[in-house]
Design a protein around this ligand. Structure first.
Ligand code: GDP
Length: 300
């Protein structure tokens, strides 16, 4: 088994014994270990570079240089900076869902097929209904896969929220507007719109979801990304971030065995808070995202 990063850094610190301070050489050696750990966790290279530059700057700062054990101080800097970049410095409000002053609050879900969008709609509906006491309506604008509409109907029924039916003959924008109209008439607090996902990034899909966004102006546009995605996460996140004004991220399948480097890649490219983590296939498997825990997981 690979040593985790803390163990690896400890080894470097050991060889530093006797060196009272960080030198360019031993700092570089430690940063090399950090870089390797992040690459092993599948963090995309641009995100790794940004992080290393940030740590390097801090490592040369007063606190570390003047510390009695600079090696340990550097480990502390790595842990703190990684948590900060994951969103710890955004504060706990960053993980909250915004509600419109004038209901319904609209939540638009975006992401590739298979990442867990529809499941997350069910989880969010359950959370908003039970924890926030909201009346929730869901709708599917996925007109390409009738099975997707049926799946959303099923998860919505399982959590006891309301479902607005749509068909493969409807147009996504019209579906969204009709559901909004229904939500207003029936005093729903929240409307969650599930959208079609493709297996890869697709220009027509991007235009379609951007049109839905423009028509209903959601207060939350959540990008759903699979934690197992690895290096590809950065390209997908970039495409969705360019096409839509995202307000947050949902990181799914964190119950899998990936180290979750996608979290860092997606934060790097979007700058948007990761609001929730999916931790099971079941509809109660949604947690508020915890940046510090995620930082420790990525470090291994
Ligand atoms: P969509 O195509 O983006 O709507 O994805 P689905 O919601 O249909 O989910 C695809 C698969 O991922 C299904 O088998 C889900 O049960 C599974 N899934 C979704 N979220 C999670 C999660 O947080 N953990 C695990 N283990 N599986 C999940």
């Amino acid at each position: 088994m690979l040593d985790n990063l803390t163990q690896r850094l400890a080894k470097v610190v050991k060889t530093m014994r006797g060196e009272a301070r960080l030198t360019e050489a031993n700092t570089a050696e430690m940063l090399r270990e950090v870089r390797m750990a992040l690459l092993e966790a599948d963090v995309a290279l641009p995100a790794v570079r940004e992080f290393i530059a940030r740590v390097k700057e801090k490592a040369l700062g007063e606190e570390v240089i003047s510390s009695l054990s600079p090696g340990q101080a550097l480990v502390g800097v790595v842990q703190r900076e990684l948590a900060a970049i994951m969103g710890a410095d955004l504060g706990p409000e960053a993980a909250q869902i915004s509600f419109a002053q004038q209901p319904p609050a609209i939540i638009l879900m975006a992401g590739l097929q298979g990442v867990g969008k529809t499941t997350t709609v069910g989880k969010l509906a359950k959370y908003l209904k039970e924890q926030k006491k909201k009346k929730v309506l869901t709708v599917s604008a996925d007109v390409y896969r009738p099975a997707a509409i049926a799946q959303l109907q099923s998860v919505t029924a399982q959590v006891g929220a309301d479902f607005f039916p749509s068909t493969a003959q409807d147009k996504p924008v019209e579906i969204a507007l009709a559901a909004l109209d229904w939500a207003k008439k029936h005093y729903h607090d929240v409307l969650i719109i599930d959208t079609a996902g493709r297996l890869g990034i697709d220009e027509a899909m991007m235009q379609e979801i951007a049109a839905v966004h423009g028509a209903v102006k959601p207060i939350e546009t959540l990008f759903v990304v699979d934690a197992m995605l690895g290096q590809d996460a950065i390209n997908t996140a970039k495409a969705f971030n360019d096409a839509l004004p995202l307000t947050g991220i949902v990181l799914t399948k964190l119950d899998g065995d990936s180290r979750g480097g996608a979290a860092l890649s997606v934060r790097h490219i979007t700058g948007k808070p990761i609001k929730f983590a999916g931790v099971s296939e079941k509809l109660d498997g949604l947690e508020a995202f915890d940046p510090t825990r995620m930082a420790n997981r990525v470090l291994g």
